[in-house]
Design a binder for this molecule. Structure first.
Ligand SMILES: Nc1ncnc2c1ncn2[C@@H]1O[C@H](COP(=O)(O)OP(=O)(O)OP(=O)(O)O)[C@@H](O)[C@H]1O
Length: 580
């Protein structure tokens, strides 16, 4: 939490001005009943019109002062709170950018979105309210009680007698409300998560006619959010009448005893009116306090959720003394007895993996679904750290390289193609800062997508819809390959990235890749792709079952031979069906 408060530091002066002006408003508010008492006792009761006019003019003057203070206070409170919110959101975004995949596995995407938007807005509003009214209400209560006692000790003490009960009651309400608000924010995460899944999978939902089911899922999450919100707000709604009841009882007691004191001449009418005035001001301040409790409890829950993000230890950072960058990387990859398991799990998904990919060579990785191919890829750009063994690039342990140096050499095309809203050119150049037009076209030509782009209505300037909705699967795959190629990487990782391409396009692509002279690791299900590689790794249940060239494996590895024969038979069958 202290981290969040530190974001207020740059706005100390703004806050100090706002707090000072708030104090001016408070002093005026506490002064007004005294002025009123004087007008009644010295002016109205003694029929001194001059004093009434003079007192009235002073009251008007101080009211104007309070009004001006309020406006300027709002300006400074607004500036400090908005800037604070901006800074917290920025720092949260930067923190999330530095997260490792293991860190991301801890928070759901929608929870991070809620934390960065709704939770930050909550604490930002609380800062504004703090500078505007939050301190004023409790100070008004304390100041009002003190002033009431100064005017008449006995009557003031009656008002003060109610206070310990109120403080106890408010503390109880605050503790209870915090639990409700935490649970409310969690349920908001759930609503956001269902909403997000729905919007991204809308086509699937429509195709499978699962709209009704999804509405049900949303209603359930929405219902739970409503339930928790109602519980939280009900608690708050109960606090206001309880507070008012206690305070009004105090005011009645003041009236009762006050009337006795006036009749015996112990006190004056104006003084009783002043104390009643303090009492009503304190009552309205109490209703503000109950609202403050709600805001504060929510802010504490939001602050805790934001602090969790800030306090998350990023487990994938640069080594304290990283190796110096090699002037010319070669792209040699070596895995030495590598084992890996996902953080928080106990079963290794990769065990004792050893292989070498020579600079400029192509290695195909084959294996059943779930055999650990993608996991192996993610280890190379160090998206996860390994549990045992070593991964070397050009002889250097990747854990001792600067992350930036390591990742700059790699072009990664993940299995799930992800394109951004923007033009085709923007999506390709996303792979390399300041990519020239020529770089973009060259990458597109080699990725075998240039001709298709030329046919788009606006060529490279055509806009890609959200996640590439207006493109075919094969077009999306090739644009994402072009995005990797524009980097001119030393290491290219293609995770089943040619699955949607026909044989001819794929063969042209593989030929074009040779020009880059990069070490290419290609996960594939197609034996034809594997055959064109320099060597093949066959993975089974996280272990290397066999490794070698196509000619070698076909002779020595029965599993590989079976895959080869099955695919060959399938191709022949399709070919024969095509002829008939
Ligand atoms: N983030 C994760 N956390 C925990 N386990 C995971 C995670 N990602 C994958 N796994 C598990 O690791 C194993 C290997 O998955 P991986 O994605 O590497 O397989 P794959 O061979 O690439 O499969 P496919 O061909 O279907 O893409 C699977 O059992 C999977 O359940």
């Amino acid at each position: 939490m202290s981290k969040i408060f530190s974001f207020l530091k740059p706005y100390r002066i703004h806050m100090a001005i706002a707090l000072f002006l708030m104090l001016v408003e408070l002093i005026v508010e506490l002064w007004q009943p005294l002025l009123m008492a004087r007008i009644i006792d010295e002016g109205v009761l003694k029929k001194d019109l001059n004093l009434v006019l003079q007192g009235g003019a002073i009251m008007l003057g101080v009211s104007a002062l309070a009004f001006a203070s309020g406006i300027i206070n709002s300006f400074y409170a607004g500036h400090a709170s908005q800037s604070f919110g901006y800074d917290v959101r920025k720092a949260l975004f930067e923190k999330v950018q530095s997260f490792s995949f293991a860190n991301f596995d801890r928070f759901s995407t929608s929870s991070l979105v809620t934390r960065m938007t709704n939770d930050v807005t909550m604490i930002q509003n609380t800062v504004f309210m703090s500078l505007r009214i939050m301190l004023r209400a409790p100070l008004l209560i304390i100041g009002g009680l003190v002033m009431a006692m100064v005017v008449d000790l006995k009557l003031g003490l009656i008002l003060a007698g109610v206070t310990p009960f109120l403080i106890l009651f408010l503390s109880w309400a605050m503790i209870k409300a915090r639990g409700y608000f935490l649970s409310m924010q969690k349920n908001l995460d759930r609503v956001n998560s269902v909403l997000r899944e729905n919007l991204t999978a809308m086509r699937l939902i429509k195709a499978f006619l699962r709209g009704g089911h999804e509405i049900g899922r949303f209603m359930e999450a929405n219902g739970r959010l409503r339930e928790k919100t109602v519980s939280a707000f009900r608690l708050i709604e109960y606090t206001t009448p309880v507070l008012m009841l206690a305070m009004n009882a105090g005011i009645l007691a003041v009236l009762w005893f006050g009337s006795f004191e006036v009749s015996t001449g112990e006190t004056k009418v104006g003084e009783v009116v002043a104390i009643i005035n303090y009492g009503t001001r304190i009552t309205s301040a109490l209703s503000i306090v109950s609202m403050i409790i709600m805001i504060f409890s929510r802010a504490r829950a939001s602050g805790q959720r934001i602090a969790e993000v800030f306090e998350t230890e990023v487990d994938l950072v640069d080594a304290p003394l990283p190796y110096k960058e090699k002037p010319v990387p070669y792209g040699k990859i070596e895995f030495k007895s590598v084992s890996f398991q996902y953080p928080g799990t106990s079963t290794p998904v990769l065990e004792n993996i050893s292989f070498t990919a020579k600079p400029g060579s192509t290695v195909a990785i084959l294996g059943a679904t779930g055999s650990g191919k993608t996991s192996l890829f993610q280890l190379i750009p160090r998206l996860y750290d390994i549990a045992e063994g070593e991964i070397l690039i050009d002889g250097a342990d990747i854990r001792k390289m600067k992350l930036e140096t390591l990742r700059r050499q790699i072009g990664y095309v993940p299995q799930d193609v992800l394109l951004f809203t923007g033009t085709v050119a923007e999506n390709i150049s996303w792979g390399k800062e300041n990519a020239s037009e020529q770089d973009i076209t060259e990458a597109a030509v080699n990725a075998q997508i240039h001709e298709s782009i030329e046919k788009f209505p606006e060529g490279y300037e055509s806009r890609i819809g959200q996640k590439g909705v207006n493109l075919s699967g094969g077009q999306k795959q090739r644009i994402s390959i072009a995005r990797a190629l524009v980097r001119k990487p030393k290491i290219l990782l293609l995770d089943d990235s040619t699955s949607a391409l026909d044989m001819k396009t794929e063969s042209n692509l593989l030929k074009a890749l040779k020009k880059y002279k990069c070490t290419t690791l290609i996960i594939t299900q197609k034996i034809s792709t594997a055959m064109s590689a320099d060597s093949i790794l066959l993975l089974e249940d996280g272990k290397i079952k066999a490794a070698g060239t196509h000619a070698m494996l076909i002779r020595t590895e029965p599993l590989y031979r079976r895959i080869y024969e099955t695919q060959l038979e399938e191709e022949n069958r399709l070919y024969a069906e095509g002829i008939n």
